[in-house]
Ligand binder design. Structure first.
Ligand SMILES: [Zn+2]
Length: 298
């Protein structure tokens, strides 16, 4: 081994996760980012989807199956968000470690969900029987999930328990301070009305005191129709709506159509980590979301 190859070898040994590092599959980017906060390079993380994909409908591709096959832990939103593809991924991966038990972590099991329907009527559209699964935009729920996820990492990888606990303490301090700052900054949003694309902002609205007055989808999961959009013109105007919101992965056209007819701005929110340039991690996601909403305040 010459000096150069030895140096390369040494660098690889330093940066590569340990061969026995915990392998984690995160269904969505927000949980990948949270895992990075809680574990840094101690674990190896694969994120299954991006901010530009609709996580309700993901294809159970071979590449995803391979990632689930080698995982010690999977971390997903739950509340049936991934019902169309995650069970299939787990079944095809044939990895009993992540099918149930400690290797199976659903964020929805750690919190209470909003909008849990009292009856299950499929004619009401693609409703989520376990409540609304789009809770990543409530920072308080994210903190509760962080604590539970950290405990799970400790359970599965006791050798690094001290590191996980130290990182959780550090994250909690920075996150709690950020929540206070975000709430102060977002004060002008309180009481403002918004029109949403899909029912994906209820947690954000509840946290910041905003109110949804309409949805571009006539029923959850059903694409906007021109008749339904036309029916929103009056309420969008009369409620003096702040904005018409859609996520980075959604078609902006229905919102733009309504915007042109009402003068209310159409705003693209990142929705999760990677949804825009500023949303490089969970902190950036909330910074960007609040800045984009505030930019709509006249
Ligand atoms: Zn949904």
């Amino acid at each position: 081994m010459n000096k150069y190859t030895f140096t390369v070898f040494l660098l690889l040994a330093l940066v590569a996760p340990h061969a026995d590092a915990l392998s984690v599959f995160a269904c969505e980017p927000e949980w990948g980012s949270l895992l990075h906060e809680l574990a840094g390079d101690t674990i190896q993380v694969d994120v299954g989807t991006s901010a530009l994909q609709d996580v309700h409908v993901i294809e159970a591709k071979t590449s995803l199956i391979a990632k689930v096959r080698k995982a010690d832990l999977i971390v997903c939103s739950g509340a049936d968000l991934e019902i169309g593809w995650l069970p299939q991924l787990i079944r095809q991966a044939g990895n009993s470690k992540v099918a149930s038990g400690p290797g199976y972590f659903l964020a929805s099991d750690q919190i209470t969900t909003l909008e849990k329907p009292s009856s299950l009527d499929r004619s009401e559209g693609d409703i989520h029987p376990q409540g609304n699964p789009h809770f990543q935009l409530d920072p308080n729920r994210v903190l509760a999930i962080a604590k539970a996820l950290d405990a799970r990492l400790v359970e599965l990888d006791a050798a690094h328990a001290a590191e996980y606990q130290k990182r959780l303490a550090d994250f909690s301090t920075r996150w709690s301070a950020a929540i206070v700052a975000w709430q102060a900054k977002a004060a002008p949003l309180k009481g403002r009305k918004v029109v949403v694309h899909h029912l994906s902002s209820v947690y954000l609205n509840t946290w910041l005191g905003m109110e949804q007055v309409g949805a571009l989808e006539p029923k959850p999961g059903v694409p906007p129709t021109s008749a339904h959009l036309a029916s929103l013109i009056e309420i969008t105007k009369s409620s003096n709506a702040l904005a018409i919101l859609h996520a980075a992965y959604q078609d902006p056209k229905p919102g733009e159509w309504l915007s042109e007819r009402t003068g209310v701005p159409s705003v693209t929110l990142p929705f999760t980590v990677g949804g825009d340039d500023k949303s490089k991690d969970l902190f950036g996601l909330f910074d960007s979301t609040i800045d984009k909403l505030l930019a709509a305040v006249k």
